[in-house]
Write a protein that binds this ligand. Structure first.
Ligand SMILES: *[C@@H]1O[C@H](CO)[C@@H](O)[C@H](O)[C@H]1NC(C)=O
Length: 373
């Protein structure tokens, strides 16, 4: 951010009206980028520091001040971080932190006339915020139903490793988690066996023990996930593991033979439960991906780069990863979602651009007939 800030803000433009009829070279246009003012940053509970910093960095380097509204279940981490900024000598007020429940202070903050831009990452409250916010730049990254399409020629070991990492790290509580596997039927048995073996090795327990799968964030999240699992069970999905839950802790679960009439085929569990849909053609996979109301990321596993690029073009998502699980980083890559997954594009340069406005000043010289003598 620091480097980009120097480059981009220093890049002011100087234009001349050399082809404007009757005004040849009489208009000089100076353009600069200036800060918006106050940026409201609302990061999510799953990465309360990382996804706050990805907003704070660009906001500050572009010359703005910032109000941070941390997630209720990540507020302590955010307060410690803001304290560090103050210890480092940041003037008080450059970053302010306001804690509280979104239901109580959300509207006050997002509709506040002093807020000039909102950068939000989280769930579908983002849709409500975007309707209320008014005419200010918005950067919204909401949920996703990131699909992983596996072709017949894929490296199945690579795919399985990425599916498990992508689907189950952070207990599946990531916007860019792999949320549905769309695998060609001819390789589905082999892929499911490999994924199942890896899921069986995940450790389950408290975060203090460094377990792979830990309790999900709230009881209502756990109940929601359970609702999706029960729906899939009723409608005949194959359970690759036994369903187990203790409080908010849900054991990792791979659901095979999921069909489009099951809720889990479309909804985002935000937990350690991953559906597998067997497909008979690549088109079927693309169709499922595009029919989703989400469009964050997707991935495709194949050894045929030409096919991969065609599939990437056809998938209606902000990003498609070829031969890797979806992910936000590296930080300077653009990151954006389509449809209900959001608006605006993040990434260092894109965020700086969004958090600045263009200002032009035009100097009007005398007409060409004016003589200097
Ligand atoms: C996405 O898939 C649908 C259904 O298969 C198709 O109609 C649409 O053209 C696809 N989008 C793109 C960008 O190819």
């Amino acid at each position: 951010c620091a480097e980009e800030g120097v480059r981009i803000l220093g890049e002011g433009k100087f234009l001349v009206s050399d082809s404007f009829p009757g005004n040849e070279r009489t208009k000089y246009c100076l353009t600069s980028k200036i800060p918006l003012g106050v940026i409201l940053a609302i990061p999510p509970f799953n990465y309360p520091v990382n996804l706050a910093v990805s907003k704070i960095g660009p906001a500050l380097v572009a010359g703005n001040s910032l109000v941070l509204k941390p997630p209720t279940q990540g507020a302590v981490a955010a307060l410690h971080m803001v304290h560090c900024f103050h210890l480092a000598g940041f003037p008080k007020g450059l970053i302010s932190c306001v804690t509280g429940k979104g239901s109580e202070i959300g509207d006050f903050l997002t509709m506040h006339p002093g807020v000039n831009c909102i950068s939000f990452t989280g769930g579908d409250t983002g849709i409500a915020i975007s309707k209320k916010a008014g005419m200010i730049p918005l950067q919204m990254e909401l949920g996703g139903k990131d699909a992983c399409i596996i072709l017949e020629d894929a490296d199945l070991d690579l795919a399985a490793a990425n599916i498990v990492k992508g689907g189950f790290s952070y207990s599946g509580q990531r916007c860019t988690a792999v949320k549905v596997v769309l695998v060609m039927d001819s390789v589905a048995d082999a892929l499911v066996d490999k994924v199942k073996a890896k899921v069986g090795k995940l450790t389950v327990g408290p975060p203090e023990d460094d377990c792979d799968i830990t309790p999900v964030v709230t009881e209502s999240s756990a109940n929601f996930i359970e609702g999706l699992v029960m729906d899939a069970q009723r409608k005949g999905a194959t359970f690759c593991q036994e369903y187990k839950r203790a409080g908010n802790l849900i054991w990792p679960l791979l659901l095979d033979n999921v069909r489009p009439d099951m809720r889990i085929a479309w909804e985002e569990p935000f937990g350690p439960v991953l559906p597998v849909i067997r497909i008979n053609s690549v088109e079927e996979g693309i169709h499922h991906c595009n029919a989703s109301n989400f469009g964050l990321q997707g991935c495709v596993f194949t050894r045929d780069i030409n096919k991969a690029i065609l599939i990437s073009d056809a998938m209606e998502t902000g990003t498609v990863q070829i031969n890797s699980a979806p992910a936000r980083g590296p930080d300077h890559f653009p990151f954006q979602g389509l449809k209900d997954s959001g608006i605006g594009s993040q990434g260092i340069t894109n965020s700086i651009n969004m958090m600045t406005k263009i200002k032009t000043t035009v100097i009007n010289l005398p007409t060409p007939s004016y003589t200097m003598g």
